[in-house]
Design a protein around this ligand. Sequence first.
Ligand code: ADP
Ligand code: MG
Length: 179
Amino acid sequence: MATGNAEERNSANILLTGTPGTGKTTLGQELAERLSMNYINVGDVAKEKELYEGWDDEYECPFLDEERVIDELDDVLRQGGCIVDYHSCEFFPERWFDFVFVLRTDNTNLYNRLEQRGYSGKKLEDNVQCEIFQTILEEAVSSYLPSIVFELQSNTPEDMESNLCTIEEMVKRWTSNKR
Ligand code: ADP
Ligand code: MG
C-alpha cells in the first residue's frame, strides 16, 4: 500500500505557511503557474466543503475540522506536485511535504496589509503579535525536519521575485535528484 512517503512521489509537495498577510496566496498562485503545479488553498477548500467543527467565539470564525481536511486532501497530496497554502502548519501529516516555506513580513508592512484587508482591533493586533513572536516559524520548526523548513522574507516585490526564483530552483533540483 502506498504510504505517501517522498520516495514514492515524482514531484515535490510544498507548504507555504506564515501569518495572514505575509503573501502566501500571491506567491503560491504565481509559483503554481510557473512550475505547473497544483495550488491548494486550504482555507478555500474548507469553506467550499464546509470542513468545520464548532465556532470560535473569540475570533468569530468557525474552527477547522482538521481530520476532515486531511481526509479530503490526502489523495491529491500523495500524487505530488502540490502547493499548499495555509496560515498554520502543525496538523498536516509530516509525510506530505518535501519543502516548508515560512513567509515573514516586517510589522509595519504587515499591519498596513492587514488593515487594507479590513482587519481591525483585536484581530489585527493578534495577527501582528503572531508575526512578532514568530509563532508560525516555531510551529514549522517543531513540526517538520529542520532541513526542509526555510524562512523567506516577504516585504517587497523584489522579495517576491527572489522567493519565486529560490523555490523554483529548489524544486527543480529536487526533481532532478529523483531521476
Ligand atoms: P496571505 O495569503 O499570506 O494572507 P496575500 O498573498 O493575500 O497574503 O498578500 C497580502 C497582501 O500583501 C496582498 O495585497 C499582496 O499583494 C501583498 N504582498 C504579498 N507579498 C508581498 C511582497 N513580497 N511585497 C509586497 N506586497 C506583497
Ligand atoms: Mg491567503
